[in-house]
Design a protein around this ligand. Structure first.
Ligand code: 5RP
Length: 223
């Protein structure tokens, strides 16, 4: 079974939890794309949902397949969000932002009653190693990069990329990321940083597409 099939299986399993009348957070990336496409089919079959998109790219796709899109400001809570991830550790913490949508993804995740993460089996890791995406304002970004280097990261600007919020992404390599929650907060404390791609305690359920079918893991942590 190829990777695309694993992504699709995970996405299709996740959308089974979508019910008529729900407000749905729409993730970003090639795995979340399968969920949006399936939701589009469900809308055409008669289900009524409202989507809150985590990126302009997902908004465009959702509209194309017939999903109504709304502004997060108009809804106090999202019933269910389905999103992807770059890496998932054994505590179901995540690294996200490979697609550069981490800020809106984190805002949406924190406003969701339930956050389902869908991924293929390659994304499950013992230790994080995916370069951590950090969204920074353009003003003085090189100085923000210096501050991240002082925290021990090897920092590279994502060339030619500007986020939906008009900011830059710094991809930060590291030897080890031991205490994810502390690191998440330490990075976000730096002036110039808008948000980073560590998602700690935000995933409620993980649905993984594997060669042998779909595997689910439910989180024990409280948001
Ligand atoms: C975008 C993300 C994506 O969820 C992440 O990059 C995974 O993408 P893909 O499903 O294409 O591997 O965080 O900001």
């Amino acid at each position: 079974m190829d990777v695309e099939e694993m992504k699709r299986m995970a996405a299709y399993e996740a959308v089974k939890q979508v019910k008529d009348g729900m407000i749905i957070g729409l993730g970003t990336g090639s795995t979340a794309r399968y969920a949006i496409l399936r939701l589009g089919e469900m809308v055409r079959e008669g289900i009524e949902i409202i989507g809150i998109a985590t990126s302009k790219q997902s908004e465009k796709l959702a509209k194309k397949v017939g999903i109504k899109i709304a502004d997060l400001n108009d809804y106090e809570e999202i019933d269910l969000t389905i999103d992807g991830a770059d890496e998932i550790d054994k505590n179901l913490n995540l690294i996200k932002g490979g697609g550069g949508a981490l800020l809106r993804e984190k805002i949406v995740a924190t406003c969701s009653k339930k956050e389902i993460i869908i991924a293929d089996e390659r994304k499950i890791v013992n230790k994080f190693s995916f370069p951590l995406p950090v969204e920074v304002v353009k003003f003085g970004w090189k100085r923000t990069a210096d501050k991240l280097r002082k925290l021990g990261f090897e920092v590279e600007i994502r060339h030619g990329f500007v986020t939906d919020n008009g900011n830059y992404i710094l991809d930060c390599k590291y030897d080890g990321l031991e205490n994810a929650k502390e690191m998440e907060m330490e990075i976000n404390n730096l002036p110039g940083v808008v948000e980073n791609g560590l998602f700690v305690g935000l995933a409620d359920e993980i649905i993984i597409g594997t060669k042998d079918g779909v595997v689910k893991k439910v989180s024990m942590h409280n948001k």
